[in-house]
Ligand binder design. Structure first.
Ligand SMILES: [Zn+2]
Length: 315
């Protein structure tokens, strides 16, 4: 929900929601978007392929090219982008794996030529979003450590990392669920799935890479998703304080009930289509449903970080 531009000379704030997938990032993104002055772009890193090339459905139920926000972004930032250029942009994004990003970060090297032109495009996208929405804060829940590293190289923006961490066993359980995209055509389109071992390995890599990349940066907040789900109002106030944004008008209609409206995200978890009152509840189904062997395997593969984040090994 946004209002006319205020303090246009201030750097734009980008609230970058990071962490591994299935850690509640879409929900936190959607709730933040209900606060005055904040616009959510969803998983902005997929703009080139899922947005511009594939013309997927925005949460406003119009396609990317018909959405009033994203059609303007495409017209302003991608007027000359043919399918080959969109594919090139997606390939540059994919090249920024956590491993490459860490190597680059630790070596202190700047972006190469292909990445510099990628940043030029991304900067134009962000400028258009700012102008079109008048937002003081743009939420980007792309999560990927590499995308966060690139965002921080854009001129004229302040990037705030909100690192959401969720119990690796709950995350592994969620990655096995069959989830269908809401914008599937006649052929159902499923979200990708990971085995428990793969999910555990990626959970460690992504969380650790995020911590290393943001070490020593005062614009970094780590929060457990479980804490958010337990007390969403308190957690949202904490996030807004971190973003240096007023927290006096929160979008809650009950202690854990939030009203979701006016969303414009074209990529991400199917829950981005949620509208109206949504009850935020801790999702603990995995505790009773996950086979014990699987839980032990994930614990064995992730225990150092589980302990670091305050989770019990005997969950
Ligand atoms: Zn839209």
């Amino acid at each position: 929900m946004v209002s006319p531009p205020r303090g246009a000379t201030r750097p734009l704030k980008i609230a970058f929601i990071t962490g591994f997938g299935r850690s509640g990032t879409t929900l936190v993104d959607n709730i933040l978007a209900q606060v005055e002055g904040i616009f959510s772009a969803g998983e902005l890193q997929y703009l080139w392929d899922r947005g511009a090339a594939d013309d997927r459905l925005c949460s406003c139920r119009r396609t990317f090219s018909e959405c009033p926000i994203w059609s303007r972004v495409a017209a302003d930032a991608l007027p000359d982008a043919d399918p080959a250029e969109l594919a090139r942009l997606a390939a540059v994004r994919e090249s920024w794996s956590p491993g490459r990003t860490l190597k680059h970060h630790l070596s202190g090297r700047g972006p190469d030529e292909a990445t510099a032109s990628y940043l030029d495009r991304l900067g134009r996208v962000v400028d258009t979003l700012r102008r079109e929405t008048g937002a003081r804060v743009i939420v980007d829940s792309s999560k990927s450590p590499g995308h966060g590293w690139l965002l921080r190289r854009l001129p004229g923006v302040e990037v705030y990392a909100i690192h959401l961490v969720r119990d690796a066993r709950a995350v592994a359980w969620s990655w096995q669920k069959k989830k269908i995209y809401d914008d599937s055509g006649p052929e159902p389109m499923y979200m990708s799935r990971h085995s428990p071992a793969r999910s555990a390995r990626l959970w460690s890599v992504w969380n650790l890479a995020t911590e290393i990349l943001w070490r020593g940066d005062r614009r970094y907040l780590r929060m457990r998703y479980e804490a958010f789900a337990e007390a969403p109002e308190k957690a949202l106030a904490e996030i807004l304080g971190f973003l240096d944004e007023p927290a006096d008008r929160l979008p809650f209609t009950g202690p854990s009930t939030v009203e979701l409206n006016d969303l414009h995200t074209f990529a991400g978890n199917p829950s981005r289509f949620a509208e109206g009152p949504v009850e935020v509840r801790p999702d603990v189904g995995w505790r009773s449903q996950q086979p014990a062997g699987q839980r032990r395997l994930v614990t064995l593969l992730t225990w150092p970080l589980l302990l670091r984040y305050g989770y019990r090994l005997t969950a």
